[in-house]
Design a protein around this ligand. Structure first.
Ligand SMILES: NC(=O)c1ccc[n+]([C@@H]2O[C@H](COP(=O)([O-])OP(=O)(O)OC[C@H]3O[C@@H](n4cnc5c(N)ncnc54)[C@H](O)[C@@H]3O)[C@@H](O)[C@H]2O)c1
Length: 357
């Protein structure tokens, strides 16, 4: 399948967005979304920030790179000073495994710093913009959980309550509600984009419980051993029974930028709550191992070690394997091909490895 479905031509920024602030820019998704916006918008000013020094992806002065701890409100305020930020993508956070392991840290970053950022964005929007700032909060499908949301389930959003199964999911839900109310009151034009698992994640493994999904491909393709934490052998039925809902990384990055570009009127096609389930595809770990075999042969498959990790399984059991995303497709978000989407994600990663050599 060609990449035409990504429809980059649709990604027209609204006129009031001349500057975008992007948090979490030192992370996997932040780095790539920054690069995509640099490629798409030659005139856009981009401010990137992270608690670690974000990468300076270009010498172009329209990119301002700021190292800041967003747990400190003074450092948040300083990001807006002297700027006219029309769009914001809030990506920073502590991932699912990290938030489950450290309750205090998860709430401090995933809740408190995001509340401070929303408040600062509102103040800035009211002070310098003639219409509300477009504010994209990056959430997660981990907001879903409960009885109707197990790996075997296909979630129909209208029939599925938000009952997060992890602190991470609760934290994301809290900020979605804040963002919803800021939108309802007209303070900011908010959109909460709930990402599926992003594949293939480049760089080092993250503290996300889903990290192994990318790890089953990423490490063996580089000749490095990888652990499959949800099965005890290749014959384990868990490999078929624990499907994951994921999206090709390229598709997620495109959809996040669409979250910023999407006309406010498209929100009406959604669930009425300003929250958007970014579309993905259902893939089983067995299909992932088959893709590994296709791309890396038996040698690659031999690098997978089966070692069950109850903590990872407990988190994965709270995630549905599939979601109905027809409303989001109407809103203009795009979805991978169900048959070839994962293989395309693996090919993207192989291409990146080849380029890095
Ligand atoms: N990658 C996925 O599969 C996935 C799936 C669902 C949702 N998400 C969401 O997407 C967003 C980005 O994910 P990612 O994979 O790039 O994660 P990541 O861990 O690679 O990046 C998160 C960034 O946040 C930064 N950060 C943490 N605390 C901070 C603080 N106090 N101040 C400033 N920066 C801070 C970290 O340094 C890190 O660079 C997150 O909000 C995550 O919850 C990701």
């Amino acid at each position: 399948m060609s990449d035409a479905y990504l429809n980059y031509d649709a990604l027209k920024l609204p006129q009031h967005i001349e500057t975008v602030l992007l948090t979490g820019a030192g992370g996997f998704v932040g780095r790539e979304v920054t690069q995509l916006m640099l490629n798409l918008y030659p005139k856009l000013r981009i401010i990137t920030t992270d608690i670690i020094e974000p990468p300076r992806l270009t010498d172009d002065p329209r990119l301002r790179v700021v190292k800041a701890d967003l747990g400190d409100t003074a450092q948040i305020e300083a990001l807006f000073e002297g700027e006219k930020v029309g769009g914001l993508i809030a990506l920073h956070g502590i991932m699912s495994g990290g938030s489950e392991a450290n309750f205090e840290l998860g709430y401090a970053v995933n809740v408190d710093s995001h509340v401070s950022l929303l408040k600062a964005a509102r103040r800035h929007s009211e002070a310098v913009l003639s219409q509300p700032m477009t504010y994209v909060f990056i959430s997660s499908l981990a907001v879903y959980g409960g009885d109707k949301c197990k790996p075997i389930d296909r979630v129909i959003p209208a029939d599925t309550p938000i009952i997060p199964g992890t602190s991470y999911g609760v934290e994301k839900t809290i900020i979605e509600l804040y963002a919803y109310d800021y939108g309802r009151r007209g303070y900011l034009d908010t959109r909460s984009c709930r990402l599926p698992t992003v594949a293939i994640r480049t760089g080092a493994p993250s503290t996300a419980a889903s990290s192994f999904i990318s790890g089953l491909i990423r490490e063996p393709l580089q000749g490095i051993p990888s652990v499959c934490p949800i099965a005890e052998s290749e014959a384990d039925p868990m490999l078929d029974n624990m499907p994951v809902y994921l999206s090709r990384a390229k598709t997620v990055f495109r959809n996040i930028v669409w979250g910023l570009c999407m006309p406010a009127e498209n929100i009406k096609f959604g669930k009425g709550d300003r929250s958007i389930n970014i579309p993905g595809i259902r893939v089983t770990p067995r299909q992932i191992l088959a893709a590994l075999k296709q791309h890396a042969g038996d040698e690659g498959v031999k690098l997978v070690e089966y070692k069950k990790d109850p903590a990872v399984i407990a988190i994965c059991e709270t995630w549905a394997g599939d979601y109905d995303s027809s409303a989001e497709v109407k809103q203009g978000f795009v979805v991978d091909h169900v048959e070839s989407g994962f293989s395309a994600a693996v090919q993207d990663f192989k291409d990146e490895l080849a380029l890095a050599k």
